[in-house]
Structures are given as C-alpha cells and as structure tokens.
Design a protein around this ligand. Structure first.
Ligand code: PLP
Length: 388
C-alpha cells in the first residue's frame, strides 16, 4: 500500500488525544513521581464520582481488574461462572485464571448482550457468579438479571470494558452490579494507553482489591516511598502487580473530563450512519435499547441474507475503498483456547449468527463529514451493485 493510501485510509478507531494530555503527562514527569501515587488516587476518586459508585480501584488493564473482581468475589476451583461467549476472550479467560469453569450462555440478537433468560438456561448447581457484558457499549438489562441472581445467590460482575459513558435507566452502567470493571485501552473511548478500573459499592471488596493489586503489601508503595523511614510491610496473601502508573492516571483525568463531549460526538456519528443507510434492505444497525443509551464504542452492522453481498464481501468492498472496518465481536467458544473445553451445553445460535454476520464501522471523534460520506457511499454502492 502506498503512503498516500495509508494516509487516506479510514481506521475503525482513533483515540482522541491532544495538548492537554501532553501537558498532564509533562507535569507528572516533572514531579518525579511516575508510578502509582497521587494521580492514581485522584483519578480513582474522579472516576467513582462520575460513575456514581463508592469505590474505584485503578488497575493495569481491564483483564487484571476482571481477575481481581473474581478473586474478591471468592470465586475459585469447583465454581461455575456464566459468561457470554460473544465477548473479547478476556471475559472467559479471567474465569479460567481463578481455576473456575466459564459456562457460556447465548445473547439477545438485538443487543448482543446476555439476558436473564440466556443466563437462566446456562445455570448449573455450581454457578456462583455471572459476568455480564455491555457489549460494544450497548447497556444490558440488569434489573431482571439482578432478580434472577438474588434468587440463586449469584454474584454479578459487570464487564463494562466498552461502556464508559453508556447509561442504564438514566444512570451510568455498572452501578447495580456487585462489582464492575472498565478498560482504558486505546480501542475504548477513554484511554490511558493501557489501563483499567474496578468499581464497587462494597468497601471490603475495594480494600482487598487495592491490596491484591499491589502484591498484597500491608503498606502501599506510595506510603512506603513517601516516608523517610519506611515502615516494615507484611504480605498478607499471594497478590499481583496490577498497578496503574501516575502517568496513565494523569491522562485518564483529562480524558474523563472530555467524556460527555466524546459520547455526544459518537452518538451524532451513529445518527448520521442511521440516516445515511436508511432504506437499504438486508442491513441492521445496532441501536439504543429501550431502557438505556449506548456510547457507540462499537457501532455494529448485521449483514442479513437479503443484502446483495455477504459480510466478507462488504468488508472487502470497504477495504478496497481504504476503509478499515472490522469483523464483529468474537465468539470465545469457537476459539482453540476453548473449543475443546467443557464450557456447558447452551445453544449459542444467536452468538454464532452475530459472530458470522456483523461488522464494526469506523467511529471516532475526529471522523469528518467527508469520510463519513465515503463510508456510507461505499455501503450504498455495495447494496446496489454499483461500481466503486
Ligand atoms: C468486553 C471486554 N472485556 C475485557 C477486555 C479486556 O480489556 P483490556 O484490554 O483493558 O485488558 C476487553 C477489551 O477489548 C473487552 O472488550
């Protein structure tokens, strides 16, 4: 590919970073305190306030936050955890890390999310927890799941990796789960390079997660390095190094301040796609469910049999036009890592259908009108069979 073609390419995502982030980073560098310290504390407090939860514990990424969530919830060998197969593989992997069994359940074809019904049909006598995912930023319907889980004494872990800025019944997602986790990878709409967060209203779980992320040291590194004569520390259990750095947290604070503007821009772009693709047979765009709003982190499109070409055909057509769309969300049960494992007996028909037929369209803050028109025009041409 020529340099011009690379420059003209429209990517599926581009993080929105600027001068403010650069200044925040420079300040941390000048302060001399670059590892987990005051900025992480400030970011945790700001994130908890923004999400309407009592406690936030910053981590190195969302996968490590998921691992911590399962550990603090007391999940281990012999336990089953119901998870959607239709999710990034980290959702299932975290269950495997703690020696429990991921049991896959299907999803609602409209949202790509698990429901009380799909979870119910995957329950076993050993189910102790469920990991529910706000897939691609689309909020899941938590209340019926809460009712089901209360009846069976099952812990709800919400994998809100993609869903910062999405709402459920007028509140930020994640608040009604026992514990929620978030990702700040650059593919997400709030980024710290790599990074994650665990949020919960339970003080005991937050305190344990805070200690576990730092090797389970009784004296945090911040306090140790902050004192002239460091107090002796005790290692209370086998912990991990899942810390975020102050460099990341400084960027996160700036990004958090921009979140409402970023979400609004993504929702405007989604509305442009809806208008631009209106009237085309055989295409279905993901939309807000009746009970909440999506941040449209991943705006996915289902290519139905009534469309002129297949999902692969449309992806190829977009690629020829220099537009880098992506296949939709993966299905973990189809991957070699899980294909041969015992992961329950649920029929995963909607998962497989969405995995086979969806693609993710470019959405990012600086996507301009010309590029949007080019993407929409390419899809319309594919629908009519017009030459590009
Ligand atoms: C649903 C879901 N869970 C977990 C993760 C893992 O996040 P991280 O890359 O921050 O570990 C991702 C990342 O794509 C995700 O989409």
């Amino acid at each position: 590919m020529s340099a011009e073609a690379v420059l003209a390419r429209i990517n599926v995502m581009k993080p929105w970073l600027g001068e403010e982030e650069a200044r925040a980073l420079a300040e941390v560098v000048a302060s001399g305190w670059v590892a987990q310290g005051p900025k992480v504390k400030e970011f945790e407090a700001a994130f908890a306030a923004a999400q309407g939860v009592r406690h936030a514990v910053a981590t190195s990424n969302c996968t490590t936050a998921l691992h911590l969530a399962l550990v603090v919830a007391g999940i281990g060998p012999g336990d089953d955890v119901v998870v959607p197969s239709l999710s990034f593989i980290a959702t299932a992997n975290a269950v495997t890390y703690v020696g429990a069994r991921p049991v896959f359940c299907d999803v609602d074809p409209a949202t790509g999310n698990v429901t009380a019904e799909t979870i119910h049909s995957a329950l076993t006598l050993d189910t102790r927890a469920v990991i529910v995912v706000d897939q691609g930023g689309v909020p899941l319907d938590l209340d019926p799941i809460r009712e089901l889980c209360n009846r069976h004494e099952i812990t709800i872990i919400e994998d809100a990796a993609c869903a910062v800025g999405s709402t459920y019944k007028g509140r930020p997602v994640g608040t009604a789960a026992d514990v929620a986790v978030w990702s700040f990878h650059p593919r997400k709409i709030l980024t710290t390079g790599e990074g994650g967060m665990l949020t919960t209203n339970r003080a005991d779980w937050a305190a344990r997660a805070r200690t576990l992320r730092e090797h389970s040291m009784s004296v945090s590194a911040t306090d140790r390095h902050g004192s002239v004569l460091a107090p002796p520390e005790v290692y209370t259990e086998v912990g991990f190094n899942y810390r975020m750095t102050d460099l990341q947290a400084a960027v996160g604070l700036v990004q958090l301040g921009r979140l409402p503007e970023v979400v609004q821009r993504r929702r405007d772009i989604a509305a442009r796609y809806v208008a631009g693709l209106a009237g085309l047979r055989g295409l279905r765009l993901v939309a807000d469910p009746p009970y909440g709003t999506s941040n449209f982190q991943s705006l996915w499109l289902e290519v139905l049999p009534g469309f002129r070409t297949t999902r692969e055909g449309l992806l190829a057509r977009l690629a020829e036009a220099g537009i880098s769309a992506r296949r939709g969300i993966m299905a973990a049960h189809r991957q070699p890592a899980y294909r041969w494992r015992d992961t329950g007996k649920s029929l995963l028909q909607h998962t497989e259908r969405l995995n086979d037929r969806t693609l993710i369209l470019p959405v990012f803050h600086e996507l301009d009108d010309e590029s949007l028109s080019r993407i929409i025009g390419t899809i319309r041409d594919a629908a009519t069979g017009a030459a590009s």
